[in-house]
Ligand binder design. Structure first.
Ligand code: G3H
Ligand code: ZN
Length: 288
């Protein structure tokens, strides 16, 4: 069933595990994520960026696709359809379109503005049973070729955003979108612990930039209150790699190998495998 993120993340926060929040880009990725979650009996978040939803044909199409796949694939595990890094307009549009969870990312705005819009999104989302994630302290990553180092979220700002009534909180703790640079010093665990203490045990924390974080750091972060881990880049890389291998082996030239249903199958299988591995790593298998 399609559910809000509140219950599955509260259960994860209390149970000491994390739910995988996997970005989708198309039909095959969505099928792969659902297949992996069902195989592992794991609650799962499927998320789209604003750009991915636009690419696929809009929020309504994404809602209908996920709903229809849940039915046709006989998916029994709880699934949350979440907007990833949305602006204010996108958050409102997704609440209307039928997403069951939204991230309003106002981390780049002046803090007062972030706070004000967060309150407004919470009010509108909760009126429809939709869960809300907000972000404090921008998460580093490659943008226009510049690699950020990852910013540490201000603790007082985390508390103020948490108090708006949001359901889960993303905060910068040295995490970075995309590949981690070779001189990355790891997650700032003291800072994560301080944020967890300040916002309290009922607030699930979100770790962005999940691709490439070593397993021991993932486990430590979960033990400190991280309940949702976002993964995107790793799937993109593995999908591309599997597709490249298929083509380089000349399989698109054998028989009906050029049929897109065959051409995209290795990439899709790679995503199923990787999603299952993440679910195991995050401890959410058999939690549905
Ligand atoms: O919001 C999306 C994530 O934070 C994904 O980060 O591409 O580094 O896995 P990633
Ligand atoms: Zn992110």
């Amino acid at each position: 069933p399609l559910v809000s993120g509140t219950e599955i993340l509260q259960a994860a926060r209390k149970g000491g595990y994390a739910i995988g929040a996997f970005n989708t880009n198309n039909l095959e990725w969505t099928q792969a994520i659902l297949q992996a979650a069902e195989a592992k009996k794991a609650p799962v978040l499927i998320q789209t960026s604003m750009g991915a939803a636009k690419y696929m044909g809009g929020y309504k199409l994404v809602v209908n696709m996920v709903k229809d796949l849940i039915e046709s694939m006989n998916i029994t595990v709880p699934v949350t359809l979440h907007l990833d890094h949305g602006d204010y307009e996108a958050a409102l549009a997704c609440i209307e379109a039928g997403y069951t969870s939204v991230m309003f990312d106002g981390s780049h705005l002046p803090f007062d503005e972030n706070l004000k819009l967060a309150k407004d999104v919470v009010e509108k989302a909760h009126a429809k049973g939709v869960s809300v994630e907000c972000e404090v302290g921008s998460i580093g990553g490659e943008e226009d070729g510049i690699i950020g180092t990852g910013e540490l979220a201000d603790i007082d700002e985390c508390v103020q955003i948490a108090n708006t009534g949001i359901d889960f909180l993303a905060c910068g703790i040295g995490n970075i979108h995309g590949a981690y640079p070779s001189n990355w010093t790891g997650l700032a665990f003291d800072h994560l612990q301080a944020i967890a203490n300040a916002v309290g045990q009922d607030m699930p924390l979100v770790l962005h930039g999940g691709s490439g974080i070593p397993a021991d750091q993932i486990a430590k972060a979960i033990s400190m209150g991280v309940s949702k881990i976002n993964v995107n880049t790793e799937f993109q890389v593995l999908f591309a790699k599997a597709t490249r291998e298929y083509i380089e082996a000349g399989k698109d030239l054998e028989g009906k190998g050029f049929d897109p249903r065959q051409l995209l199958a290795p990439g899709k299988a790679a995503i199923v495998k990787e999603a299952e591995a993440h679910i195991d790593l995050f401890g959410s298998a058999n939690k549905a």
